[in-house]
Write a protein of this length. Structure first.
Length: 291
């Protein structure tokens, strides 16, 4: 109930800001379109060469591409590609990065040194080049792009979590839980982690925008999701060859991509301000079976 109340309170504060409200509305629309794309009267694969490079019209709101496919249909289904890649990549980065930061910050010593050197190695690698190398090994597919983008996001979660743990490790409420018999695992996952969720949640939102941009960049370079799977980056890559004959081909998908990234960034910044002041969460440890 407390979590539900907190979530509702954060959502209400987000909606008070016109910028955040518009960003939420846009993301809600693009997400619903991606989820229910199969129910819409859109076919991103149907080709009709006689309609190649037609401009926007009542039949094709965003025009058609070089083989007569509906660009709007490909943008909608491309949203599914981008959002699924972002969600999977963020999940991989958080599941691996958060425990690394939690253990490194809580125990310190050789564990901290070893784990942080691993994180530093990942951080030193250029994200786009590392992702391209991973795709070269795994093959060109959405799963490969998802894994590659996810691995590049591990350092950010590890460093943010570690910083939070270091700031909370010697706080009175953490020491009190230890004094009442709380184990290290209990203290990490039931006391410290619940009080570290705010910056982690903000990082999830911010990394979504980074993941979408990186996936589009990989597709633009020709190493992302393989055609004919719709991808915003692939449409930009192909559309740049027709900027004079059909500028809408690249411009309209580019606008949708820009608005999506800008919306995630706007919400992330707003959440950072809202969640800056939060209450501490302490779960009483059980000693001798008595809370």
């Amino acid at each position: 109930m407390k979590l539900l109340h907190s979530t509702r309170s954060v959502l209400q504060r987000l909606l008070r800001s016109p910028g955040s409200a518009l960003a939420l509305l846009f993301l809600l629309g693009i997400t619903l379109a991606a989820i229910f794309a199969d129910l819409l009267p859109l076919n991103p694969y149907a080709q009709k060469l006689v309609n190649a490079l037609n401009g926007p019209s009542a039949a094709n709101w965003f025009g058609t591409d070089e083989v007569g496919r509906d660009i709007m249909a490909r943008v909608v289904f491309g949203a599914r590609t981008s959002l699924l890649t972002a969600a999977g990549a963020v999940a991989i980065a958080a599941v691996i990065g958060v425990p690394i930061g939690l253990v490194a910050g809580f125990f310190g010593g050789w564990r901290d040194a070893t784990l942080m050197r691993f994180v530093d190695v990942l951080l030193a690698l250029p994200a786009i080049l590392f992702a391209m190398a991973m795709i070269a090994v795994l093959g060109r597919s959405q799963v490969a792009a998802l894994i590659a983008v996810g691995i590049t996001g591990i350092p950010s979660f590890a460093r943010i979590t570690r910083a939070q743990v270091l700031s909370l490790r010697r706080r009175d409420f953490v020491t009190a839980v230890e004094a009442f018999g709380g184990s290290s695992a209990y203290n990490m996952f039931r006391t410290i982690l619940p009080n570290s969720w705010s910056p982690i949640f903000v990082q999830i939102v911010v990394l979504c925008s980074v993941a979408i941009l990186l996936e589009a960049a990989l597709s633009f370079l020709g190493v992302g999701v393989a055609p004919p799977t719709p991808s915003w980056g692939e449409m930009l890559r192909t559309g740049k060859s027709y900027l004079h004959e059909a500028p809408y081909y690249a411009v309209l998908p580019g606008i949708v991509l820009t608005l999506t990234i800008l919306s995630f960034d706007t919400i992330g910044r707003a959440l950072a301000g809202i969640l800056e002041n939060r209450s501490e969460v302490v779960t009483p440890a059980k000693v001798g079976g008595t809370p």
